[in-house]
Ligand binder design. Structure first.
Ligand SMILES: N[C@@H](CCC(=O)N[C@@H](CS)C(=O)NCC(=O)O)C(=O)O
Length: 216
């Protein structure tokens, strides 16, 4: 078995979909963060990549969604690759990833706001009825009215990045009820959370990962 090492911050964010894909595939990996890897920053600098990056037997791979597509072709669950082979199914998987990105991207600029109260107000505004994230959560909720029975990297990506918007999360200032009204998103959450390897992985989760457990 090749040696897999992931390098990412000690948060969920863009690293968590990769962690889940590897977990679903039953692939052991070293989960390096600045907390458990003393030369993390040196290795990150040497890689020339942003985090997350993955090394497989020393070969470095950057860009989270490219890594996910690679793993999605390599990893099967219930006999099906996590990245569909059929072109239309692959399109639907990619479309879900891209829509999730549209939903996530408005949060990016708020990380640069220094004043805490101002930052939290800016984040709350994104979830107001006319907020930039609300617009895409509504689209995502429509998109997830139905989803396939075979889990894909699109499902994993949506699950993780939506969870970034659920309290408790490392992104402070997100209203506690931000996702309450999205029935399809929340149904999809449990579809992924209840997959046996995912449920097993998070069964003792605490802190920002409690949102990765099934709701029901
Ligand atoms: N397009 C990149 C974006 C990576 C990115 O934005 N990484 C953030 C963490 S989520 C970061 O801290 N980047 C700065 C760095 O790695 O130096 C990807 O999807 O991997």
């Amino acid at each position: 078995m090749p040696e897999y090492e992931l390098f990412y911050w000690a948060i969920t964010g863009l690293g968590e979909p990769i962690r889940i894909a590897l977990t679903i595939g039953g692939i052991p990996f070293k989960d390096n963060t600045p907390k458990n890897c003393p030369d993390f920053m040196e290795k990150k600098e040497a890689s020339g990549c942003q985090v997350p990056f993955l090394t497989i037997d020393g070969t470095t791979m950057g860009q989270s969604r490219s890594i996910l597509r690679y793993l999605g072709k390599e990893i099967k669950y219930d006999g099906k690759p996590l990245y569909p082979e059929d072109s239309m199914e692959a399109y639907k998987c990619d479309e879900l990833i891209d829509l999730t990105e549209d939903m996530r991207s408005p949060i990016g600029p708020t990380f640069a706001i220094q004043d805490q109260a101002e930052k939290e107000a800016a984040r709350a505004a994104l979830f107001a009825p006319d907020g930039k994230i609300t617009k895409f959560l509504e689209k995502l909720d429509n998109r997830l009215e139905s989803f396939g029975t075979n889990v894909t990297i699109g499902d994993i990506y949506a699950f993780c990045l939506v969870n970034m918007m659920r309290q408790p999360t490392f992104v402070d200032g997100i209203p506690a009820d931000a996702l309450d009204k999205y029935a399809n998103i929340n149904k999809h959450h449990d579809f992924v959370a209840k997959l046996p390897p995912v449920a097993e992985h998070y069964k003792s989760a605490e802190g920002i990962r409690v949102t990765f457990k099934p709701f029901s």
